[in-house]
Design a protein around this ligand. Structure first.
Ligand SMILES: Cc1cc2nc3c(=O)[nH]c(=O)nc-3n(C[C@H](O)[C@H](O)[C@H](O)COP(=O)(O)OP(=O)(O)OC[C@H]3O[C@@H](n4cnc5c(N)ncnc54)[C@H](O)[C@@H]3O)c2cc1C
Length: 426
């Protein structure tokens, strides 16, 4: 059968060679069935297999077909909320545990890349870029909070002059450099995890969408071609699960977000924009994020569509944002534009836990999943193996569904987001 192609992107164009995995046919029996072949599912499968479980992973399309093969590739310290906000929600002790889990998430990613020799251009260094005086004040507060509250001393505050060593854009008036964050080629990282999982003995099936689930005491997953009966299920379809589990789908909102790459700029020109080869995010609510690629392009993301509809002038709008940051690129060609769905939660913290005594889930990393999805896979594996303390740290984060449910959550969110966009302009 002809393999389903990856959605067009620079990542798909530069993917490492990878096998096509078989389609599930017939009946299987295993210890754990994982649904979803992004970072969450792949890491859960790998960690489970290494603990001795017989694991079957079902992926609806291709491994890395979802957000894991399309994202900005930014490995980010912390959560999508300041730690003070996390502390208010979960208390100081759990906030500390969540911080430690996030640090472990980055270390786990690095360890997997090294152990399995995954060729994914892993590079450390990241800058949060300030556009306004209030951003500069926020960064100062952030740096102090992390240093004093969490003993994190890998950040350096940058004034306008020092910023030029990292990002040469006229718009930024300061920044915060973080040596503990970084970037990678996201699809190649996912493909490398899949290779490692298969080498460890995970049974991996592609083009095998779970279309019905029994999450009771004897879990069962049905695909168009077969069934998997298991002792445990791991639901890792995130923003791409399309309502398969109604109890989970109302807890996240899939938001469309977009990226482009320029034509190759040459090493010198690319380095003239980002001399230190860091990943960058700016501090607007609807943020721009960018970095260099290994073949010396600029990879630029920004713009979201909360209505989930494709913006007609999308490529042009994204280009305008890029030229706003780097006016020198106004004559440069855009080579690829693509989008994907990122899953956000109401409080922007990940939603991880148990659906039933046999079924675990993780989703809603709210733009921080490159690192966090891996640790979610690990704590789920621990919980299946009988040690749920660390899963429970995540499971204690209070969450609520999006108001209005699947039908009305979008208009409500669009209104809220318009307000934040207005705030970006102030
Ligand atoms: C454009 C974009 C930019 C982003 N940038 C960043 C960034 O720079 N840094 C960062 O940390 N995060 C970023 N993110 C978020 C990050 O990519 C995600 O948090 C992360 O990849 C989630 O991994 P996952 O495995 O949970 O989900 P996914 O990678 O989406 O994987 C889910 C998989 O499940 C499969 N699936 C769904 N339903 C079924 C089913 N019924 N049966 C079988 N399989 C199923 C899908 O096909 C998919 O392959 C970005 C996301 C997007 C879209």
């Amino acid at each position: 059968m002809t393999p389903v192609p990856f959605p067009r992107s620079w990542y798909a164009d530069t993917a490492n060679p990878h096998p096509v995995h078989p389609v599930l046919e017939g009946e299987r029996r295993c210890d754990v069935c994982v649904v979803g072949g992004g970072y969450t599912g792949l890491m859960a499968a790998l960690e489970l297999r290494e603990r001795g479980y017989d694991v079957t992973l079902l992926e609806a399309e291709r491994v890395g077909w979802g957000a894991s093969g399309r994202n900005g590739g930014q490995i980010i310290t912390g959560y999508n909320k300041p730690m003070a906000d996390v502390e208010r929600r979960v208390g100081r002790d759990d906030a500390r545990a969540l911080w430690d889990l996030n640090e472990e998430a980055k270390a786990l990613l690095a360890e997997r890349v090294e152990r399995h020799a995954i060729r994914c251009d892993l590079t450390w260094g990241y800058v949060l870029a300030a556009l306004k005086e209030r951003h500069v004040a926020e960064l100062a507060g952030m740096e102090r909070e992390l240093r004093e509250g969490y003993g994190y001393d890998r950040c350096e505050r940058l004034d306008r002059e020092r910023m030029a060593a990292f990002v040469r854009s006229p718009g930024y008036i300061g920044g915060l450099y973080d040596a503990g964050s970084g970037h990678l080629h996201p699809l190649n990282y996912a493909l490398g995890l899949a290779d490692a999982a298969v080498a460890a003995g995970v049974h991996l099936f592609e083009r095998s969408r779970a279309v019905a689930l029994d999450t009771g005491p004897k879990p069962l997953v049905r695909t168009p071609g077969g069934t998997v009966r298991a002792d445990h299920l791991v639901l890792a379809g995130n923003a791409y699960m399309n309502g398969l589990v109604p109890a989970l789908s109302g807890m996240i909102m899939p938001v469309a977000t977009y990226m482009l790459t320029t034509e190759p700029l040459g090493a010198e020109r690319a380095a003239s924009l980002l001399p230190a080869d860091v990943a960058v995010s700016d501090m607007n609510f609807v943020l721009n994020y960018f970095r260099r690629t290994a073949d010396h392009r600029l990879l630029f993301g920004g713009g979201v569509s909360y209505s989930g509809l494709d913006h007609p002038g999308l490529a042009q709008a994204l280009r305008r944002k890029m030229v706003g940051v780097f006016p020198a690129l106004k004559d440069v060609r855009t080579d690829q534009v693509w989008g994907g769905h990122v899953a956000i939660t109401v409080n922007r913290l990940p939603h991880i836990g148990r659906l039933t005594p046999t079924t675990f889930f993780a989703h809603g990393y709210s733009g921080h999943g490159v690192a966090l999805a891996g640790i979610a896979g690990r704590v789920i594996a621990e919980a299946v193996a009988g040690t749920a303390e660390r899963l429970d740290v995540f499971a204690r984060i209070p969450h609520m569904p999006f108001p209005g449910g699947p039908m009305l959550r979008t208009p409500a969110l669009v209104l809220a987001m318009l307000w934040f966009r207005l705030r970006d302009l102030l």
